[in-house]
Design a binder for this molecule. Structure first.
Ligand code: 13P
Length: 253
C-alpha cells in the first residue's frame, strides 16, 4: 500500500501573515487519515517559522530547492543539512521552472538528489516534457533521460527513500491538466523504467502528478492505479482549494 501524498509547492508566494492563515486553514480542515500525508513547501525564508507551526500536526515540511554542495563558499545557496536542521523532511529537486529558468541540467539535478539523500532528506524528483516535446513524440525519451540521470547516479535502491513527480510542463500554471489517462500512461511508463532495474522499488515508490491539479479534477487523477497523489502549485495557496484536493485522496483510501 503506497498511500497518497498531497504536496503544496508554494513557489515564490507568501508572507508571514498569508502563510499563517493558509496553514491555520489546512490544520483546521485537514482530513483525519494516516495514509494521506500532507506536505507544504514554502519559500526558504519561512521554513523555520513553518516548522514551528507545523510541529505536532502531522503535516510535513519541504523546501523547493537545495544546493548539491555540503558547505562552503556558495553565496546564496542552502545546504541540505541546513534544511534538515530547520525541520524539513522533503526537498523538491529538478522542478521544471529550475530546469528551464535557472538552467539546471539533469546532472545537476542528480547531484542535488544525492546530496539531499546524504543529508537524510527525501528528495521529490520532478520530471516532465514540454508541449513541443509531447507534440513531437519525445515524452518518454525526455522522462527517461531525466529519470535515468538520477538512477545512474544514485542507484535504484535510492528510490526507496524518494518520491517522483510527473509534471508535464504544458500543464503547469496553464489550467490545462493532463487527462487522467495521459498522466496514468506516463506514470506507468516511469514505473516500468524503474521495474527494469528493480521490481519491488518500482512497485513501492510514490509517483505524484503535478500540473493544474484542482479540487474538481483530483479524484479522476488520483483514481488511476499509478498515481499516488499530487504536487500542487496554484491550488496549494488557498486552504480550501488544497483541502479539496486532499479530500479527493482521502476519499479514495
Ligand atoms: P500548478 O498546480 O499551478 O499548475 O503548478 C504545478 C507545479 O508546478 C507544482 O510543482
Amino acid at each position: 500500500m503506497r498511500g497518497y501524498l498531497v504536496a503544496g509547492n508554494w513557489k515564490m508566494n507568501g508572507s508571514n501573515a498569508a502563510n499563517a492563515e493558509l496553514v491555520d486553514g489546512i490544520i483546521a480542515g485537514m482530513p483525519q487519515s494516516d495514509s494521506v500525508e500532507l506536505l507544504v513547501c514554502p519559500p526558504f525564508p519561512y521554513l523555520a517559522a513553518m516548522a514551528a507551526k507545523l510541529s505536532g500536526t502531522g503535516i510535513a515540511l519541504g523546501a523547493q530547492n537545495v544546493s548539491q554542495h555540503e558547505a562552503g563558499a556558495y553565496t546564496g545557496e542552502t545546504a541540505p543539512s541546513m534544511l534538515g536542521d530547520v525541520g524539513c523532511k522533503y526537498v523538491i529537486v529538478g522542478h521544471s521552472e529550475r530546469r528551464a529558468i535557472m538552467g539546471e541540467s539533469s546532472e545537476t539535478v542528480a547531484a542535488k538528489f544525492q546530496a539531499a539523500q546524504d543529508a537524510g532528506l527525501i528528495p521529490l524528483l520532478c520530471v516532465g516534457e514540454s508541449q513541443q516535446q509531447r507534440e513531437t513524440n519525445q515524452t518518454e525519451a525526455v522522462i527517461d533521460e531525466q529519470l535515468n540521470a538520477v538512477v545512474d547516479g544514485s542507484g535504484i535502491e535510492a528510490f526507496r527513500r524518494a518520491v517522483i513527480a510527473y509534471e508535464p510542463v504544458w500543464a503547469i500554471g496553464t489550467g490545462l491538466t493532463a487527462t487522467p489517462q495521459q498522466a496514468q500512461d506516463v506514470h506507468r511508463h516511469i514505473r516500468e523504467v524503474l521495474a527494469a532495474r528493480h521490481q519491488d522499488v518500482a512497485a513501492t515508490v510514490k509517483i505524484l502528478y503535478g500540473g493544474s491539479v484542482k479540487g474538481d479534477n483530483a479524484a479522476g487523477l488520483f483514481g488511476k492505479p499509478d498515481i499516488d497523489g499530487g504536487l500542487i502549485g496554484g491550488a496549494s495557496l488557498k486552504s480550501a482549494d488544497f483541502l479539496a484536493i486532499a479530500e479527493a485522496a482521502w476519499a479514495l483510501n
